[in-house]
Design a protein around this ligand. Structure first.
Ligand code: ZN
Length: 407
């Protein structure tokens, strides 16, 4: 089957979107929370989808792909609303007023289902732990942009795909179309992927599957080839800065700094801003340098094993990693310019924090540069199911090697 793209042949660098696969639970943010459907810089994607709707050219299976925080699922719920809106007859944008639109926006529509990767511990055999699941939905309603983060590895299990097949074979309860929004679609277990493929081979006229993925290359080619694809890009920095300013009261300057730390990902930015975690992670970064500077490995062990530390929580780890990377970059700068060099202003006592102590002891600048490069690239890996403590441990080991104190 030939690939059909929603985009035209010359896939232009598109507009963008709002992140939405995110879950932040900070009370401070709740009053200014963002909705399930937030379309930031999405004009291009919306016009493509509207045009496909009007011409009745929308495929039964779609793939929305783009980086984390680009707003794929926001757009997916927008489409689900458009397909089921009772005032637009499914041919244009949703009205956001009718009963159907309201139910979709609050994740309460029986024909619009959100499917996301889950840890194996949610299953008892084929059965899902409905109580735990309900909590996630509750959280998502409160803070739709929050990123689902589980300490354990999360995937689409066979039972989840079976549930989709079962639901898809039923007629609609009240809507026009059954829509399945499947986030993290690349995280299908092998047996689940095979079952999913079967699902795609069974034509169902009233079913739309919207797959969302930030790494479409990880999808089976046989699945990819059956999807009508739409690229979703991140909102522009000025849009994000404006949003952080107007809705979250974050000064433009700080917003810009946080966005840079979070690599332009709004959800990541909100996580960094949120809680006192930002301050806490800064302290963990200082502790890290101290532990690395100590002879031997006991300080490092203690850090990795500390249950309150960053290695036990993916969100914390993300912030910690961003700050640690920045601190290592600072130490490289200190190393290269040198505190004794011309940059030290006369009369000032140079600060001797752990970062500059570390800089003084760097034995091999090249190794430090290599480590920083590695850490910058790690960000992408984080969403995969890496073991945080192993990863943290290997970073600490590398940091020790840079100062010639490797084991
Ligand atoms: Zn409507």
């Amino acid at each position: 089957m030939a690939r059909q793209d929603v985009t035209s042949a010359d896939e232009t660098a598109l507009a963008d979107s709002s992140p939405m696969e995110e879950i932040v639970s900070e009370t401070a943010l709740q009053s200014r929370r963002l909705g399930l459907i937030e379309l930031l810089d999405k004009d291009l994607q919306i016009s493509m989808l509207e045009s496909a709707l009007k011409r009745d050219r929308l495929a039964g299976t779609l793939l929305f792909f783009g980086p984390e925080g680009s707003g794929k699922s926001s757009l997916a719920f927008w489409l689900a609303a458009a397909l089921n809106c009772t005032t637009n007859e499914g041919r244009t944008a949703p009205c956001f007023q009718c009963n159907s639109c309201c139910k979709i926006q609050s994740l309460n529509h029986p024909d619009v289902l959100w499917i996301f990767p889950l840890p194996g511990s949610f299953y008892k055999g084929e059965h899902l732990d409905e109580m735990r699941l309900a909590k996630i939905f509750e959280q998502k309603r409160l803070e739709p942009w929050i990123e689902l983060q589980f300490a354990e590895k999360s995937e689409h299990h066979l039972a989840a795909v079976r549930r989709i097949r079962q639901e898809a074979s039923r007629s609609c309860y009240e809507g026009r179309r059954k829509v399945f929004v499947i986030t993290g679609a690349d995280r299908l277990r092998i047996e689940a992927a095979n079952a999913f493929l079967k699902l795609l081979e069974e034509p169902r006229p009233n079913v739309t599957l919207i797959l969302c993925s930030d790494r479409p290359a990880s999808l089976l080619p046989t699945i990819l080839s059956r999807c009508q694809r739409l690229q979703v890009t991140r909102p522009g920095v000025s849009t994000l800065t404006g949003l952080l300013e107007s809705r979250f009261g974050i000064r433009a300057e700080e917003a810009g700094e946080l966005l840079a730390l979070a690599d332009g990902n709004l959800a990541g930015t909100l996580r960094m801003k949120s809680e006192d975690s930002y301050q806490a992670q800064k302290e963990w970064v200082d502790n890290t340098f101290q532990a690395v500077l100590e002879p031997g490995y006991s300080g490092c062990y203690a850090l990795v094993d500390n249950r309150k530390g960053p290695m036990y929580n993916r969100g914390d780890f993300e912030r910690y990693l961003a700050l640690l990377t920045q601190a290592l970059q600072d130490s490289l700068l200190i190393r290269l310019s040198g505190p004794k060099g011309e940059n030290a202003s006369p009369g000032s006592t140079p600060k001797k924090g752990p970062i500059s102590k570390y800089a003084d002891r760097v034995a091999d600048s090249q190794a430090l540069i290599k480590l920083i490069t590695r850490m910058v690239n790690l960000r992408d890996e984080l969403n995969r199911n890496v073991n945080l403590r192993l990863l943290g441990w290997s970073i600490l080991k590398d940091m020790k090697e840079v100062i010639g104190d490797g084991a």
